[in-house]
Design a protein around this ligand. Structure first.
Ligand SMILES: [Zn+2]
Ligand SMILES: [Zn+2]
Length: 607
């Protein structure tokens, strides 16, 4: 502690005016000191620290001063602090951590290593910078005054690894405990802290130390609590741990009823990653299935450490392990997450992979809309693009592509984008001419999953929850979902709508879902004009939904027999949650391959 400040503390009981007068004296002293130590690199920072603010506590004052110090590249430390006994008001003197001199005494020399001495010695340079905090005697209000604004050394640019600057605030420490008790790795904790506050200069070591001190016990017990919750509600969970620590890196969990639903409706799966669902920004993978009643259900959830192939492969591997070999998904819809696509081709090589059209359109819009001068022109482009995407024959596709290229040849950038990013690499995964050869039950987008996501995102609030609170919200959502699905089964089994009274539906009523009946009704109306002509029919609903198409229905009508139940894909006949054993040999399961019709439809394993 230098002389100037000790004088001031000693005379703490003096009147305001005396202190103010003394301040001038101290500043003179400080200047002298600055000259002595070397003012060539010194600078007056007074204006940064002059404030009229009334601080609500001593801590608020210290925090403010430290923040300003940090911003300017200095570390502010407490030099002296008086509690204000015997009628005196409390005061505090703050200074620069480089004030004072290194005492190179014999004892230190013996104890310290040479390196440590050098480090410590180089820090202290008698910096005269000092601030005075005064309690006003009412409501714990404090004011701050600059005693000496001069630092006699340059500001530090690189502040990481600094003893004080790296220290965590109380708020940060509690966030750290929260994150550690869940399963965030130190590296991510650090990233989150830095994201929250760009002044945070903590290093990975700070995090490890704080973790070790603060939350070793809390972490274990909190983690056990989360797992206890899962166990109590009979969830099934899988997790991975970091090799060298007890930190859980990935966690996948599923509700037993969700598993039943998956085994009952395994044909089409929709996968999507929701990011920023909680304050740790850990990606949450949701896998969604669709019932015969066209209700979506959550198959499972997984918190993944990263959106990397390895993490996806791990999660999908678990999913695969709970599905029987005979009931693997035949169609999987995702957005263009390359790492997820790679993992899919490894784990489900037999499944046909679709890219979500809705996501593609969102990307096209984000990239290309700005290239068009008018809204009318842009609307024409996106309509033309959507016509291309919904082409049902190869001829139609070629024709639409020529038209698109011709009409928008003055927008080479937009054409280039849709060609290079979507058509060339992936057209067989989203253009109708190819997707309509697969049994996708109408799921060519992740839209259905998306709407359940919207619900989930709302449930998860503004992304500020902890893992445990997020889990509780998901849990409540699942219970609602299961109730809703059971109700839809019951309705399909018992309610007979007027439209389905005609005798041609008599074998189907109550045996297949109302959603399927409605689609058959549309085809029945088409049967009147199409007749038994297979070419005129096109048979899309047969290929995509496993439902009788117009020409088939026309034949049943001609023969005057009801539409038989066995021409309906088992997916639509399933009106409960027991597992199905889908006959793998069923002709309706067949996906046309390259050999049979020359289409470029590729199975995942070949790409
Ligand atoms: Zn200084
Ligand atoms: Zn047909």
């Amino acid at each position: 502690m230098d002389e100037g400040t000790s004088i001031l503390v000693g005379k703490g009981q003096e009147s305001q005016t005396v202190v103010e007068r003394r301040k001038g004296k101290i500043q003179d002293d400080a200047s002298t000191q600055c000259n002595k130590v070397g003012l060539e690199c010194g600078r007056d920072y007074s204006c940064e620290f002059i404030t009229q603010e009334i601080f609500k506590s001593r801590e608020a004052l210290i925090k403010w001063a430290r923040d300003v110090g940090r911003r300017n590249g200095f570390v502010i430390v407490i030099k002296t602090s008086t509690t204000g006994r015997h009628g005196k008001k409390p005061r505090i003197i703050l200074g620069c951590e480089r004030s004072g001199c290194y005492r190179n005494n014999r004892k230190n020399r013996e104890v310290n290593t040479e390196k440590k001495m050098k480090l410590t010695a180089s820090k202290k340079c008698g910096c005269p910078f000092s601030l005075l905090g005064k309690n006003l005697g009412t409501n714990n209000d404090w004011t701050l005054h600059v005693l000496c604004g001069v630092h006699n050394h340059p500001a530090e640019n690189f502040r990481e690894g600094h003893s004080y600057a790296g220290r965590l605030s109380e708020e940060e420490t509690s966030l750290l405990v929260d994150m550690s008790k869940s399963m965030v790795r130190p590296k991510e904790i650090l990233a989150t802290l830095k994201q929250r506050c760009d002044l945070n200069v903590s290093t990975i070591k700070t995090i490890y130390n704080a973790r070790y001190r603060k939350c070793k016990r809390a972490e274990r017990t909190q983690m056990q609590q989360l797992f206890a919750q899962l166990a109590e509600h009979k969830y099934i969970e899988w997790h991975r741990k970091c090799d060298d620590t007890e930190t859980v890196t990935d966690l996948l969990w599923t509700h037993p009823t969700s598993l039943d639903l998956l085994r009952a409706f395994p044909h089409v799966l929709i996968m999507d990653c929701i990011c920023k669902t909680n304050r740790y920004h850990m990606p949450l993978l949701e896998i969604v299935g669709v019932t015969s009643t066209e209700k979506t259900f959550s198959v499972c959830f997984a918190y993944l450490q990263y959106e990397c192939e390895d993490n996806y492969t791990w999660a999908l591997g678990i999913l695969r392990s709970v599905i029987s070999e005979g009931a693997l998904p035949s169609v999987i819809v995702t957005d263009r997450e390359i790492t997820l696509m790679k993992a899919l081709s490894t784990v489900f090589p037999g499944a046909t992979h679709f890219l979500c059209r809705w996501h593609i359109n969102r990307n096209v819009s984000a990239k290309c809309k700005k290239l068009f001068e008018t809204k009318e022109k842009w609307d024409r482009f996106i309509i033309s693009w959507n016509m291309l995407v919904s082409s049902s024959t190869k001829e139609q596709f070629t024709q639409q592509l020529v038209m698109l290229n011709k009409e928008f040849n003055t927008y080479p950038e937009a054409l280039e984008y849709v060609r290079c990013s979507w058509l060339d690499p992936y057209m067989d995964r989203f253009v109708a001419v190819w997707t309509d050869k697969s049994m996708h039950f109408g799921n060519t987008t992740t839209n259905m999953a998306e709407s359940s996501h919207a619900q989930l995102k709302k449930e998860l609030g503004l992304g500020q929850g902890t893992f445990e609170s997020s889990w509780m919200k998901i849990h409540n959502l699942l219970e609602l979902q299961h109730t809703d699905i059971k109700a839809s089964f019951k309705k399909s089994k018992t309610v007979v709508q007027h439209n389905f009274k005609p005798s041609k539906f008599k074998e189907l009523r109550g045996k297949i879902s109302i959603s399927a009946l409605e689609k058959i009704l549309v085809e029945t109306k088409r049967a009147n004009s199409v007749g038994v002509d297979q070419d005129a029919c096109g048979c899309v609903i047969r290929h995509t939904h496993g439902l009788p198409c117009a020409h088939e229905i026309a034949e049943y009508i001609k023969e005057d027999r009801p539409i038989p139940l066995d021409c309906i894909h088992p997916h639509w006949c399933k009106l409960d949650m027991s597992a199905t054993a889908t006959p793998k040999s069923s002709s309706m399961e067949l996906v046309p391959s390259e050999a049979s019709d020359g289409s470029p439809l590729k199975k995942l394993k070949t790409t």
